[in-house]
Design a protein around this ligand. Structure first.
Ligand code: FEO
Length: 179
């Protein structure tokens, strides 16, 4: 059984993961109509990844005797200044999510809920990886911006990364490890 305090914290995280998914979906749509096909594919794949994060929390909470709830979500931004702007916002958002996961972890430990703490370790590792990936993308966009055709190559690189992301999502779904 999970305490009401931990249940509330996880439900709040469920809302944030679902919101992340929508934020990236909106960014993906912007990228698609602005000629960044690779970035769009990357962001569409990220949208699905965030939904998987959300689903994993829903399953966990319900399995522990809690009750997962969905909440209202704010409308995500639809306009961006550039590809750099998009990924700067992705990084800012991921840093916010990392802090939020750490907060849920702290709440669970304070409640002596070590099972939840253990479960959240996966998210802590995932956040470190996500932040690092986006920082690298931002560095590459910065470098690409200095040479002609750089952004075109960067977009191709993002398409390759998106294909890898899709392969691991498929593997996770096949082994049922993702949820
Ligand atoms: Fe589920 Fe990217 O945070």
């Amino acid at each position: 059984m999970i305490t009401k305090i931990v249940e509330k914290a996880i439900n709040e995280q469920i809302r944030k993961e679902e919101h992340s998914s929508r934020i990236y979906l909106s960014m993906a749509s912007w990228a698609q109509v602005n000629g960044f096909q690779g970035a769009a594919e990357w962001l569409y794949a990220q949208t699905d990844e965030e939904r998987m994060h959300e689903l994993k929390l829903i399953h966990y909470l319900n399995d522990r005797g809690g009750n997962a709830h969905l909440a209202d979500l704010e409308k995500p931004a639809t306009k961006f200044k550039s590809l750099m702007d998009v990924f700067q916002q992705v990084l800012k958002h991921e840093e916010y999510i990392s802090a939020s996961i750490n907060e849920v972890y702290a709440v669970s430990i304070k409640q002596n809920d070590y099972s939840t703490g253990n479960f959240l370790q996966w998210y802590i590792t995932e956040q470190t990886e996500e932040e690092s990936t986006v920082r690298t993308i931002l560095d590459q966009i910065r470098l690409a911006g200095e040479e002609k055709g750089g952004l075109f190559h960067m977009d191709k690189e993002l398409a390759a990364q998106a294909a890898k992301k899709r392969t691991s999502q498929l593997a996770a779904a096949t082994t049922n490890a993702g949820i």
